[in-house]
Design a protein around this ligand. Sequence first.
Ligand code: FMN
Length: 153
Amino acid sequence: MPNLLIVANCPSKNTRALHRAVCAGAARDEISGIKTRASEPPDAAADDVLWADGVILGTTENFGYMSGQIKDFLERVYYPCLEKTEGLPAALYVKGGLDGTGAKTSMERIIGGMKWKLVRPTLVLKGDFRADFLPQCEELGALMAAGLEAGIF
Ligand SMILES: Cc1cc2nc3c(=O)[nH]c(=O)nc-3n(C[C@H](O)[C@H](O)[C@H](O)COP(=O)(O)O)c2cc1C
């Protein structure tokens, strides 16, 4: 059974809701053939990445870059995973107050360095929180989970 790891920093009510929506998508009734592990970056480590057959990473944009928590997570997993996770299917989402481009670019650069495979265009959610952000996150979780279950990545 494939394993899905979801790691996102959640500094606010809105970002916690986004994380929950991604998890809800991955847990849809029609997707029964995967295991999901969800956590915030300080609670995730290289072992979780080595366990995973696919990862979803979520970050806020802070100072035009990914969040410090996600950066710290990627720094901790980089060398332990570098030669063991080539081709790992990955999907990213960004919540920006105004923009999100810097977080998207910085995450994609590191994912590229790790040779993970971006299986969806990065989802960038920016500006004031909107209700339609939630179904977009849910869809991201569902598509990744369904793809892993079907073995299409
Ligand atoms: C220290 C700090 C730096 C931030 N820098 C940026 C930034 O460079 N670009 C941006 O779009 N939003 C920035 N933000 C806003 C966050 O991305 C935003 O608070 C986060 O997406 C949570 O959104 P919410 O208000 O909907 O909960 C920053 C927030 C903080 C606390």
